[in-house]
Design a protein around this ligand. Structure first.
Ligand code: ATP
Ligand code: ZN
Length: 307
């Protein structure tokens, strides 16, 4: 008998079942578990399905390492809006004496981080960020469409299997005239819903906001909802009342084009939008819906993922 627990939502139970079925591998890091071959196979197959669905659009593929110039994080205002989520890379720049002190403190169980200094890089918090600075000057007619897949880091340690500190996002980034960008976003919202429903996921979409920091952040989030800048596709994974976002759609208006100085071919103001599938979350949603062993999943679902 397969225990899909499709009708019950229990965070600890789901995590324990994922471990018991060998799908995730505890590492001692909250939100930093390992993924088994079966988990990875589901994740990659879903990503491949997205590639096939998006193929007619002819997106340009780019690949970046999971680090960003510190300067880019500063330029896009990440530390103004989400300082609580950021991850910064620090390293040791000292001499021999400092290195001996570092080692002695570690072996004595003392704190040692003040012997490090910041480097020129930070961890990538959203897969699309490295793409915007690659646009400059006048865009080609019709704008651009780029796709990326990357590991991202967010400092939100949690025992929920769906809330990770490091996870993968498959993103598409559209840049062009405001109406082109919004039409693209709207079309992908329907396409995303159709794709995910076709995989047997009980999805719905809703307007959403980002977790802006602090009191001022509450206003920014309210503003984002008012202007319908962010949508999410949600599905129950660990809770029926609070479904999990598995795909997000963001319309940034001229936020990035103003910062990086790119404009449309006719010199009008360019807009950008991105959409991102949270690949681990989609994988977990599929497991929640269809069970811990993909070999037993419904034939219609298997046929799409393992064509
Ligand atoms: P930005 O607006 O900064 O460009 P984004 O819109 O690409 O970022 P989010 O909307 O924050 O990024 O997240 C995209 C997707 O990543 C979400 O829909 C979700 O599926 C997944 N995701 C977000 N946070 C987590 C997390 N902590 N663990 C696992 N998946 C996550
Ligand atoms: Zn994005």
């Amino acid at each position: 008998m397969q225990s899909t627990q499709s009708n019950t939502y229990d965070i600890d139970g789901f995590y324990a079942d994922l471990v018991r079925h060998g799908l995730i591998i505890p590492t001692g890091i909250q939100g930093g578990y390992g993924r088994s071959q079966v988990f990875e196979d589901i994740l990659r197959r879903f990503n491949d399905l997205v590639t096939r669905v998006a193929e007619p659009d002819g997106a340009e593929e780019m690949m970046f390492p999971p680090i960003l110039p510190r300067k880019l994080i500063e330029t896009v205002g990440y530390m103004d809006n989400f300082p609580q989520l950021a991850g910064s890379v620090h390293s040791f720049y000292g001499n021999d004496a400092k290195a001996r002190e570092l080692s002695a403190r570690i072996h004595a169980g003392e704190r040692w981080e003040d012997l490090l200094d910041i480097t020129e890089v930070m961890l990538t918090p959203a897969a699309c960020y490295p793409v915007y600075p690659t646009f400059s000057g006048l865009l080609p007619n019709g704008g651009r469409l780029v796709t990326v897949l990357n590991w991202v880091y967010r400092h939100e340690p949690s025992d929920e299997p769906t809330r990770l500190q490091a996870f993968r996002m498959r993103e598409f980034i559209r840049v062009g005239k405001p109406d082109e960008v919004v039409a693209w976003r709207d079309a992908w919202l329907q396409r995303g819903l159709t794709l995910l429903k076709g995989l047997g996921l009980p999805v719905q979409s809703d307007v959403a906001s980002d977790p802006f920091f602090g009191r001022a952040g509450k206003m920014m989030a309210a503003n984002q909802v008012d202007q319908r800048l962010k949508f999410e596709i949600l599905v129950p994974v660990i809770s029926a009342e609070k479904p999990t976002a598995i795909c997000s759609f963001n319309w940034h208006q001229d936020h990035f084009s103003a910062k990086f100085g790119f404009r449309n071919a006719d010199d009008s103001v360019a807009h950008t939008a991105c959409l991102g599938f949270g690949l681990e979350r989609v994988t977990l949603a599929l497991i929640k819906a269809h069970g811990f062993d993909p070999k037993t999943w419904p034939q219609e679902v298997r046929a799409q993922l393992w064509p």
